[in-house]
Design a binder for this molecule. Sequence first.
Ligand SMILES: Nc1nc2c(ncn2[C@@H]2O[C@H](COP(=O)(O)OP(=O)(O)OP(=O)(O)O)[C@@H](O)[C@H]2O)c(=O)[nH]1
Ligand SMILES: [Mg+2]
Length: 145
Amino acid sequence: MSSVGKSSLLSLLQGREITKETNPTVGLEIEDSILNGKKVNIWDFGGQERFRFMWEDFLRGAGLTVFVCDSTEDNITKTKEIYNKFSRYMNTKIIAIANKQDLPSALSAKKVQKKLGIQTYGMSAIRADLRDRIREILEYEIETE
Ligand SMILES: Nc1nc2c(ncn2[C@@H]2O[C@H](COP(=O)(O)OP(=O)(O)OP(=O)(O)O)[C@@H](O)[C@H]2O)c(=O)[nH]1
Ligand SMILES: [Mg+2]
């Protein structure tokens, strides 16, 4: 889904400054990172409908797939639909991030997890103090993949 904060979470992980002016990702952006001391490739997909044709092929090659939603009811429903449609292309671990937990309207990670049926972690990509937390989540999930 678009504008849920995927690229912002990636910036947070990579230690970049977090700005409000993130542009929608066009197609796909690939970045290297180090998790658990190992080099990993992170694929940040453009969430807009017009880029969805690209997802299938890339998901087949993924190690860990992270679904990001913005913790609103409507977005969770749409995320679940996407999950149902694409999960057959994923033969690896899938987790979810309930992002934008700083917004008062956000549903808790626990509620999001119940709706999605996927292991879900609450996050807020605009909070620099959560940088270690996103790293911790990904390192843990990759290790137990
Ligand atoms: N309040 C709040 N805003 C956020 C959070 N994460 C991202 N945003 C804002 O949401 C907007 C979209 O963020 P992006 O990171 O570009 O979203 P995206 O999922 O990469 O979007 P696409 O690339 O179009 O798929 C930006 O204005 C961000 O600043 C968050 O945790 N809380
Ligand atoms: Mg993006």
